[in-house]
Write a protein that binds this ligand. Structure first.
Ligand code: ARG
Length: 603
């Protein structure tokens, strides 16, 4: 091979991660090879697509051959000649057009498992370069019930936060609550004329929503109501005491509802600054953007237009209408002087930068806001080109009902999150008590909560987040298949093996693991992939990679338990298998925990 310039950057090798070790060996073998022009991801070791051919594969000889104008098999042979994987895998053979297939050695595997069982982190190492992240998620709006649209943001966002923290990153969570805006004018009008105190006490959100809808309806046919609402908004913004008091009540009452839901979901935020926090900054911010030429006046409003530097299709300030690229500006001050959602998001970014100086800000918000975030990110870059802060919009699709349309109640209303979670728990309770009626009330309730909430979370997380998905109670509460109850049951099953062993007086503290049977080896391999699964879930923020992994793990365990006697085996084999069971349980528990899902000793 030609010896030209570039060589592979030395990777961070994770000791108990076969993929990372093989990659390192490949990189070493490629040392000195010029692979400029070859996409780095095509040189990666990957999990084998067909276990028949091994555990991992490297297909990099093909793109390299193309770039170097050589034969793939020759390249594969050359790499093979320099490759040292003797500690990790059997020496691979060249297959097909020039693939290298690796089979992990049982000795490496046993070693990795034995290290993992003595490691509090199960062999998952922190990222080599840890960073600082701000994660903006959940972000409901006050005076409105949280609906299922917010559930995805809340659940996916929380899982991403847990994963990042587990990898050693610093994370600030910020709930960007919608607590400002013109809707308040209407609520205040209604509050002054039509408030039902009794209703407010029993169902605060319902009452606030009723007031808003009432005035909104009236305003449609009566322009004076619209004017009144506008002047109440203006009064509020200028600090009118009475209106501010109403606004604070509305906000506090809403927050109580949100907090109840977060407690039920086991989710916490570091800060919840809300849109109103940025309000004082907005007028000057618009002036600044005007003065710096990032924004300009247009028809009495202030907006950010295309600067013509990007390709039209990549320019968030252009839109294609009937084959023509036309302006699609981000308005940051409306004609009536009011700032907008975009202005607030720019002020929010400015604040986050100043307060936390994050490497990356992640927004977990539904896909319909993609255009908004593209504009905000591009506008910020134009405003502060020297900043290196990265942005990610982690978007997601819609939850669909049986009819394939966005999930609604029978009467066509948005499904409320609280009601959905209540139903999940009562359905879970019915299943739990049907399976085991011996539980006392408290125990049954507790199991039902963990199962019901876990089921809702897992249903959401196990989907490719980009796609819409069909909401199905039966599927999410299934005790078989890729659903939380199945995984929770797998965990309790492993734990029950221990209780049995314990009751028989069997000692089982971390015995050395020795793998014999094929399904035992397969389980060991799956356990050893835990850190790979976590890394995969953080690439592009896709928690479903971890769900798939855990589902496969539960399957591998079931096969092992079917094939291999545990407590009935001779002492040495038995202790090794108990240790393997213990490790399985810990990985299941830790993995589910990273998804925000509880495990139970029995269910
Ligand atoms: N409150 C908004 C909504 O319910 C989501 C806010 C998302 N975060 C942000 N920084 N814009 O649609």
């Amino acid at each position: 091979m030609r010896n030209l310039c570039a060589f592979a950057p030395l990777r961070f090798i994770q000791k108990m991660n076969a993929k990372s070790q093989l990659q390192n060996a490949i990189d070493a073998a490629l040392h000195g090879v010029d692979f400029s022009g070859v996409a780095p991801e095509t040189l990666q070791v990957a999990k084998a697509t067909n276990p028949q051919f091994g555990d991992y594969q490297w297909n990099g000889a093909l793109p390299l051959a193309k770039a170097l104008k050589m034969k793939p098999r020759d390249i594969a042979a050359d790499v093979l000649g320099r490759l040292d994987v003797s500690d990790i895998a059997e020496m691979p053979e060249i297959a097909g057009a020039g693939f290298l297939n690796f089979r992990i050695k049982t000795s490496w595997l046993e070693n990795a498992l034995n290290e993992a069982q003595n490691d509090a982190r199960l062999g998952v190492e922190s990222a080599r370069e840890t960073g600082k992240f701000v994660v903006d998620f959940s972000s409901p709006n006050v005076a409105k019930p949280m609906h299922v649209g917010h559930i995805r943001s809340t659940i996916i966002g929380d899982a991403i936060v847990r994963l990042l923290r587990f990898k050693g990153h610093q994370v600030v969570t910020d709930n960007h609550i919608g607590d400002w805006g013109t809707a308040f004018g209407k609520i205040i009008v209604g509050w002054k004329s039509d408030l039902d105190e009794k209703n407010l006490a029993s169902d605060p959100i319902g009452e606030m929503e009723r007031l808003y809808k009432l005035i909104n309806e009236r305003a449609k046919s009566d322009a004076s109501v619209e004017d009144l609402a506008r002047s109440e908004t203006a009064l509020l913004q200028s600090g009118d005491e009475e209106n501010l008091k109403i606004w604070e009540r509305v906000r506090d009452l809403s927050q109580e509802q949100f907090d109840r839901i977060y407690a039920l979901l086991g989710i916490e935020f570091d800060v919840a600054l809300g849109e109103s926090f940025y309000n004082p900054r907005l007028p000057a911010l618009v002036d600044e953007l005007l003065a710096e030429g990032v924004a300009r006046e247009s028809e009495g409003a202030v907006a950010i237009f295309s600067d013509g530097k990007a390709e039209p299709k990549d320019d968030p300030f252009l839109i294609n209408r009937d084959g023509q690229w036309t302006d699609f500006p981000a308005i940051i001050r409306k004609r009536d002087g009011a700032a907008t959602y975009a202005t607030t998001d720019l002020a929010t970014l400015e604040h986050r930068l100043k307060e936390w100086a994050p490497d990356e800000v992640i927004y977990v918000v539904d896909a319909r806001q993609q255009g908004h975030f593209r504009q905000v990110f591009a506008a910020f870059k134009r405003w502060k080109p020297e900043e290196e802060m990265r942005f990610s919009h982690v978007s997601f699709g819609t939850i669909l009902g049986d009819d394939g349309k966005p999930l609604k109640t029978r009467s066509g209303e948005n499904v409320k999150l609280q009601e959905l979670l209540d139903e999940a728990q009562s359905r879970a309770l019915a299943i739990v008590t049907e399976k085991n009626s011996a539980y006392d009330d408290q125990t049954a309730q507790n199991i039902a909560r963990a199962v019901g909430i876990g089921a809702v979370k897992y249903a959401d997380l196990s989907q490719n987040r980009a796609t819409d998905y069909l909401f199905s109670w039966d599927k999410m509460l299934a005790t078989q298949g890729n659903a939380a109850p199945y995984l929770q049951i797998a965990y309790t099953r492993v734990r029950s093996i221990f209780r049995k062993a314990q009751s028989e007086g069997i000692e089982m503290e971390n015995a050395p693991i020795h793998l014999i049977e094929p399904s035992e080896i397969a389980l060991g391999k799956q356990i050893s992939r835990f850190s790979e699964a976590i890394d995969a879930a953080l690439v592009d923020y896709r928690p479903n990679a971890l769900c798939d992994y855990l589902y496969e793990l539960a399957g591998s365990f079931a096969a092992f338990y079917r094939d291999c006697p545990v407590t009935q085996a001779g002492a040495e084999v038995r202790n090794s298998r108990l240790a393997l069971c213990a490790l399985t349980a810990r990985v299941l528990q830790t993995g589910l925990g990273l998804l925000g899902i509880e495990t139970l000793e029995q269910m």
